[in-house]
Ligand binder design. Structure first.
Ligand SMILES: Cc1cc2nc3c(=O)[nH]c(=O)nc-3n(C[C@H](O)[C@H](O)[C@H](O)COP(=O)(O)O)c2cc1C
Length: 384
């Protein structure tokens, strides 16, 4: 694929290729890796690819409008950035880069509890486009403080992630000695020394920290392997009563869970299997979307992530019942490949790709995307 320039990042595949070259193995594997034998991550992508869209002809598709609305908020595109911890590992100030893109292009970006920029700074940079993601653990005082900080910072949307009762075994991270907070040992020093482009920038900027924990008054440290096993339905109710803004529950793949979450007064359900990072034998997230849409009915807002890599995938997820789509790894690949320029280039190409997919299937607005754009939609059978 040759030498990196922003022009060479056409899609997530290019971004991944250049990120793998530029980033130390330990950093690339943290982003790229998933749990177990990494089958769920693969299956997420393959299941999306198996869904075929139906080309249509002689429709006037001269003007295509990508704008949409999610939870009362306008977005220029039907996709945003999923919550991801420690983004600044890819390139210094990556969280800020994402926040600036979210502000200028006007799309939501989710700020992780484990982000390497404080939630206050992210909110200041991108205003309403910033949504806060909460990990609640055994330390209730720490979770309560995060929620109060999010409210004080002006967040109106809280994403509560529920699919990580324990940290799963991510073999690549264990083998590489990956830890947060970031630690340097001989293995890391060798890895960094052999990736000087990354090392010079990143070591000069200082190792990234999980800043929301770092600035917590509860003195809670971010311990990656901490159990969140005690978080249950009772806690969801506590959280619903405490958080006055919109509440989104992330990491849902079973229709019964989705129904109970909806009936608990939650505003939106985020269908996701954490990009295959938690349970290797989990079904592909896209295969759960239809059943959840069917269970919760047409009016419950559904967000979707896990495996989305291109414009076709965004349309596939919208056609299967999502109201909005999030991207995880591709954003970090683009940042890892080329920092702010890499991300801008990737997002621009993704927008263009989405428009060209919409033109091929004869739709000009996001609300025209529904099951009718699927090939074989009459039987609902669009799997090879
Ligand atoms: C490096 C990395 C860090 C992540 N950190 C979080 C996190 O802090 N909170 C969370 O809810 N999900 C986290 N996720 C999961 C993403 O939000 C999202 O569900 C997943 O990446 C989507 O799959 P995709 O990467 O195939 O697009 C993380 C994912 C990655 C790759």
């Amino acid at each position: 694929m040759g030498v990196f320039t922003t022009r060479t990042i056409f899609d997530a595949e290019d971004a991944r290729y250049f990120a793998a070259k530029r980033l130390p193995k330990l950093v690339f594997d943290f982003i790229d890796g998933s749990t177990g034998r990494e089958q769920a991550e693969r299956e997420n992508r393959l299941a999306l690819q198996r869904i075929k869209l139906q080309p249509r002809v002689l429709v006037n598709v001269e003007d295509i409008d990508l704008s949409t609305e999610i939870l009362g908020q306008s977005s220029s595109v039907p996709f945003g950035v999923a919550p991801m911890g420690m983004c600044n590992l890819t390139w210094p100030k990556s969280d800020q880069t994402i926040a600036r893109q979210a502000l200028t292009r006007c799309f939501p970006h989710c700020v992780s509890t484990a982000s390497s920029t404080t939630m206050e700074d992210s909110r200041n940079l991108s205003g309403e486009n910033a949504w806060f993601q909460l990990y609640a653990g055994t330390n209730r005082a720490a979770s309560d403080e995060m929620i109060d900080r999010a409210e004080a910072a002006g967040y109106s949307k809280l994403i509560f992630t529920v699919d990580t009762p324990r940290l799963s075994l991510r073999k690549r991270d264990v083998k590489n000695g990956f830890q947060v907070p970031f630690r340097m040992g001989p293995r890391q020093i060798f890895d960094f020394a052999t990736h000087p482009q990354w090392a010079l920038r990143s070591l000069f900027a200082g190792p990234p920290k999980p800043m929301n924990y770092h600035t917590s008054t509860t003195q809670s440290a971010f311990v990656r392997g901490d159990s969140r096993g005690g978080v249950d339905w009772d806690y969801l109710q506590v959280l619903r009563d405490r958080w006055k803004g919109e509440l989104i529950v992330k990491g849902v793949t079973h229709p019964d869970d989705a129904l109970r979450i909806r009936d608990s007064g939650v505003d939106a359900i985020y269908v996701s299997n954490h990009g295959g990072r938690q349970l290797d034998s989990a079904p592909a997230a896209i295969d759960c979307l239809d059943r959840i849409r069917e269970a919760v009915g047409p009016d419950c807002p559904l967000l979707f992530d896990s495996g989305v890599r291109c414009g076709d995938d965004i349309v596939r997820a919208l056609a299967k019942g999502a109201n909005f789509v999030m991207l995880g790894r591709p954003i970090l690949y683009a940042l890892g490949a080329g920092g702010a320029d890499g991300l801008a280039s990737f997002l621009q190409h993704l927008e263009n790709d989405l428009k060209s997919v919409m033109a091929q299937i004869g739709v000009t607005t996001i609300d025209q995307i529904n099951r009718s754009v699927l090939a074989d939609h009459s039987t609902g059978n669009n799997h090879d």
